[in-house]
Design a binder for this molecule. Structure first.
Ligand SMILES: Nc1nc2c(c(=O)[nH]1)N[C@H]1C(S)=C(S)[C@@H](COP(=O)(O)O)O[C@H]1N2
Ligand SMILES: [Mo]
Length: 247
């Protein structure tokens, strides 16, 4: 099963259901309210109530930043992998020429980061669920670098950007993330899956693993990362799905 205590687990499920069926606004009125009230105080007594007034977006960000951890599993709980989604994974890709392009909202030049540099970041292993909006779930053992560590090293001046956008090299698939979720400690830039190098169909050389979000946000074959204060476009949000797609 998973490591969350029952009450937390139930709260997470309730919130997940609320997010799914009613969206963020309703979640705050439904599961969200008990969450707000049951939160421990953090010095500033008025937190988080004052933030409610700033709108749902801030609630979602605060929720992911401070309290939401996705369940982790043991090695024996890893399931058979599944492959889903090929947008942006075209055959004309040349892995040997791949480099990650990183840019932000100011006019400083784009930074190019190689796989060797990414492998030098602290290596994190994590066994978490991948939850597709189609209704299936896999448990996967991932290895890679924390996106927060990557940001601290290669984009520190953009740490306070509100959003992060990621695109495949051909720009056919793209995701937008609130930066609290992107900088969450369980959000990884991954190069290994179940003990082996990532295969092309799973997003080699580098894919995002963000277990606090549905599968759609776990972009495979990242080519570009953009730090921005304007909400980035998102492939599935453009098709009408919830932009946050949080669990
Ligand atoms: N580039 C790209 N990344 C993508 C997709 C896609 O179509 N293209 N599909 C997403 C969806 S809907 C899911 S469920 C996961 C599936 O990841 P997997 O194939 O490694 O299981 O990838 C996500 N990342
Ligand atoms: Mo998915």
């Amino acid at each position: 099963m998973n490591s969350l205590p029952n009450t937390e687990r139930e709260a997470a499920l309730r919130t997940r259901r609320a997010f799914l069926t009613m969206g963020v606004g309703a979640a705050v009125g439904y599961g969200g309210w008990s969450w707000l009230r049951s939160r421990p105080e953090e010095g500033d007594v008025e937190w988080p109530l004052r933030r409610v007034l700033r709108g749902n977006e801030t609630i979602a960000e605060a929720y992911f930043k401070d309290s939401h951890r996705s369940p982790e599993f043991g090695p024996s709980q890893v399931t058979a992998p599944r492959q889903n989604g090929e947008i942006g994974l075209g055959a004309d890709f040349e892995p040997d020429r791949w480099v990650l392009s990183v840019h932000g909202f100011d006019s400083t030049p784009t930074v190019q980061v190689t796989m060797a540099r990414i492998r030098e970041l602290p290596r994190v292993e994590q066994i978490t669920q991948l939850n597709c909006i189609e209704g299936w779930t896999t448990v996967v053992r991932w290895a890679g670098a924390r996106f927060a560590d990557f940001t601290a090293k290669y984009a520190p001046r953009f740490h306070d950007a509100r959003y992060v956008g990621m695109q495949t090299p051909d720009r056919a698939y793209f995701v937008g993330l609130d930066s609290a979720s992107a900088l969450h400690p369980q959000t990884l830039l991954c190069y290994e899956m179940n003990g082996a190098d990532l295969t092309s169909e799973h997003g080699a050389p580098l894919r995002l693993v963000i277990p606090v979000k549905y599968g759609v946000k776990n972009i495979k074959r990242i080519g570009t990362i953009i730090y921005t204060n304007e909400r980035p476009e998102d492939y599935w949000a453009n098709q009408g799905y919830d932009w946050y797609a949080g669990l």
